[in-house]
Design a protein. Structure first.
Length: 282
């Protein structure tokens, strides 16, 4: 790999990915690792099979990651994490805030102020708190700060009330944080995704949702992959996209545009799964 021929060479850079041992977070870490970056992955609640994660990095020819158990909502865990990073690296160049956690809200009776605050603590506030903590510990901000969001704030998703609210906060933080840190040369952006089948997606919406999509006949291939999202994150932090700041970027293959009844019907018809002919224009 040569920096002169590879415009996204990440050798020498340190990338911190919260919730980086599975799903989209792991895909992001691997995308940077393949380009030579040193990665730091956090997890909590015993969710990481560390041997399996390291095996994936080895198979990708990536440097072995530093894996640290750390709860993003706990200051003591954040302090321990930064000390672990400091033992190996002089700072962090890229922060990817990926952790999202919220109570499943099956009805209005499940709403509570405590649950809302908890959701924001996990899904939105770390974009700010980790950025600030990294500056305090290493004397510099990450050059690139990225958050992972969804289009939950703009449309209905089952059981998603508090996740959507916290993602709206995250996206607002993105814009203001980019302004606040602009003169420090920091670029802050958020990458939105729509339907990405991960373990957390299944836990939120359930297996039945996939059967429902198949029954519709038009959305079997609507899922964006974690790897596709990771590639966009990599490009935003590569240095090639530094003219982009404070933006919320949708990555969904254009699915959002035709995710409606007409789009469902037309795709099903085109695939021979629905006998339907559009009316002639008047």
């Amino acid at each position: 790999m040569n920096a002169g021929t590879n415009p996204i060479d990440q050798r020498g850079r340190v990338v911190l990915v919260t919730g980086g041992t599975m799903g989209i977070g792991l895909a992001c870490a691997l995308a940077f690792g393949r380009q030579g970056a040193h990665t730091v992955l956090t997890y909590r609640w015993g969710t990481a099979d560390q041997d399996e994660v390291r095996a994936q990095f080895a198979a990708a020819g990536a440097p072995e990651p530093l894996i640290v158990e750390a709860d993003v909502s706990q200051e003591d865990d954040t302090t321990r994490l930064l000390e672990a990073i400091a033992q190996r690296h002089p700072g962090v160049d890229v922060l990817i805030s990926n952790v999202a956690f919220a109570l499943k809200t099956t009805g209005f009776e499940a709403w509570s102020q405590r649950a809302l605050h908890r959701s924001i603590d996990y899904s939105a506030w770390p974009l700010a708190s980790y950025t600030r903590a990294l500056h305090q510990r290493f004397g510099r901000y990450p050059k690139h700060v990225l958050g992972l969001s969804s289009d939950g704030p703009d449309g209905f998703f089952m059981n998603y009330d508090f996740v959507a609210a916290s993602k709206a906060v995250l996206e607002t933080f993105c814009r203001y944080l980019n302004f606040r840190l602009f003169d420090h040369g920091v670029r802050v952006n958020v990458v939105r995704s729509r339907l990405v089948r991960t373990a957390s997606f299944d836990a939120t919406f359930g297996e039945e949702f996939h059967a429902f999509l198949e029954a519709l006949g038009g959305f079997e291939d609507c899922y964006t992959t974690p790897e596709e999202i990771a590639n966009v994150v990599l490009m935003l932090a590569s240095g090639l996209c530094d003219a982009v700041g404070g933006q919320v970027i949708m990555v969904d293959r254009g699915f959002e545009f035709f995710d409606n009844l007409m789009g469902i019907a037309e795709r099903a018809r085109a695939k021979g799964k629905l006998v339907w002919k559009p009316g002639e224009p008047s």
